[in-house]
Design a protein around this ligand. Structure first.
Ligand code: LFR
Length: 494
């Protein structure tokens, strides 16, 4: 008999994937069933999600499973935070293509709203870090632009909830993603009326919020008829990709530090209560919803995005490098030649990253890199130092001294970054698994289906199933000395 599988749709910035997973002899067996592009589309002056193409790819994945005779016990979707679609009209149609968070509509909006409401009010009511693209500011931007969509809308759904709606006809927003909007109040456990009012969003749009691990319907009759398949249960997991990645950290200790490393770097720890208060606000930490009653106390670091964009720029100029080629060039370049603060707002939008790094170096009185290896070295060393900076702040907020750092996600394939992170933090890095988000997505499906008992058993199974590479710190004195120079060059305080 064919074994039962779960299917995890993980929609990331570099691609979307449909991953099949099954449990066999206490281990997870993973297989990539389908991979597809997830490129944003610039149209009418806005950067959009290509949402219907993604729905098509989700259906293609279901067809592939059918053609292979695979029996699915459930499916679930995760993607990045903050983005959403609006539905309205007589048939609850999608109103416009969802806008991508890297679009410029939110430029200057956060500062203005903070001016009106105060940072303290927004943070006290949400516990969420200030990122210019949070949903709160996207809605405010639409309001200020006089968008008719907000007036017409009857329902607001985060992207996985929107895709689920297309597949099941049911509407439920999920907790981990709801928190990323900066409009969900973790103290009251509900959408925050004052924040919604401030951006002119009617409360009735949002509906109740379900926890990760909630069954949220089955594939609709029309989808099943279209694809010629049986109805499969659909589960709301931690639909925020970072929430799923943290669920998959193979930690044994209940207090652990993690770095989910991909286009973004998310560094922090898991806590049972949100850490609010002045210090968290000052350090601009966030309390995003996690699995099974937890919160993710973490900080966003701009991450490998800067490297990805450099690579794209060099490709536009006619030279196509692979990441391993770039890493080899970095390894041969001069160490600690210049530093950037990867979270400078210069680096957020897509574009000419080498040019922006040059601009950053000029602004901070440093000699700019002159070749690809030097650029990549500056990016990776600076990232490793920013990780140290944020890890120390995590410890200040949680009161815990961590014995090392778990790294998960596609970024750990960059072994130089793992090595340098261990050197920068002066502690071991435990790297694995690579497929953090897809695995975390599956774990919650298995717990919901009763195949795993709880998150700690699930994390043990992850540890038993995938290699975890250990990087011990080296060259301590050089990295210590360079860290001081990093802080001075970037203007960060130690
Ligand atoms: C990572 C991530 C981060 C979120 C950013 C934008 O993929 O989900 O957690 O802050 O994307 O939504």
């Amino acid at each position: 008999m064919m074994q039962k599988h779960v299917l995890a749709f993980d929609l990331g910035a570099s691609s979307g994937r449909a991953m099949l997973g099954r449990l066999e002899d206490g281990k997870i067996v993973l297989e990539e069933l389908h991979r597809f592009p997830n490129d944003p589309v610039q149209a009418g002056g806005r950067l959009h999600w290509d949402i219907l193409r993604l729905l098509h790819e989700l259906k293609q994945s279901l067809l592939k499973a059918k053609h292979r005779g695979i029996k699915l016990s459930s499916i679930a979707i995760d993607t990045w935070g903050v983005d959403f679609g609006l539905l309205g009209g007589p048939g609850n149609e999608l109103l416009g293509n969802p806008v991508h968070y890297r679009d410029s509509q939110t430029d200057g909006v956060m500062e203005r709203l903070i001016g009106e409401l105060s940072a303290e009010t927004i943070f006290d009511r949400s516990g969420i870090q200030f990122l210019t693209f949070n949903t709160l500011y996207q809605l405010e931007a639409m309001k200020k632009a006089g968008s008719p969509l907000l007036r017409e809308a009857k329902h607001f759904l985060m992207i996985p909830a929107l895709l689920r709606y297309f597949l099941t006809d049911e509407m439920h927003n999920e907790f981990s993603l709801a928190t990323t909007t900066q409009m969900y109040n973790p103290v009251t456990g509900d959408w925050d009326d004052e924040l919604l009012k401030a951006v002119g969003a009617d409360r009735s749009l949002f509906g109740p919020v379900v926890q990760p691990g909630t069954p949220v319907g089955r594939l609709s009759e029309s989808v099943c008829a279209e694809l010629g398949i049986e109805p499969v249960p659909v589960i709301a997991v931690a639909e925020h990709d970072t929430g799923s990645a943290v669920a998959a950290v193979p930690a044994k200790d209940r207090s652990f530090a993690y770095l989910s490393c991909g286009t973004w770097s998310l560094i922090g720890t898991e806590v049972s209560e949100p850490v609010m208060g002045a210090k968290a606000l000052e350090l601009n930490f966030t309390n995003e919803g996690g699995v099974y009653g937890t919160y993710r106390l973490l900080k966003n670091i701009m991450g490998l995005w800067i490297l990805q964009e450099c690579r794209r720029e060099w490709e536009r100029a006619g030279v196509k490098y692979t990441f391993p080629e770039l890493v080899a060039k970095a390894s041969a370049a001069e160490p600690f030649a210049c530093f950037i603060d990867s979270d400078d707002e210069l680096f957020l939008p897509p574009g000419d990253m080498p040019g922006r790094i040059r601009e950053y170096c000029e602004r901070t009185g440093q000699k700019a890199p002159e070749n690809e290896g030097a650029f990549v070295r500056a990016i990776l060393e600076s990232l490793a130092f920013k990780y140290r900076y944020a890890l120390e702040q995590t410890g200040q907020l949680s009161g815990v001294t961590y014995s090392g750092l778990h790294m998960v996600g596609g970024g750990i394939q960059n072994t130089l970054l793992c090595e340098w992170t261990a050197n920068a933090i002066g502690k071991p890095v435990w790297a694995g698994p690579i497929e953090g988000s897809a695995i975390g997505n599956m774990l919650v499906q298995w717990i919901t289906n009763g195949e795993l008992s709880d998150i700690w058993e699930a994390r043990r199974v992850v540890g038993d199933s995938f290699p975890v590479d250990v990087y011990e710190p080296k060259d301590g004195p050089q990295w210590e000395e360079a860290y001081v120079r990093f802080l001075a060059a970037t203007g960060l305080t130690g």
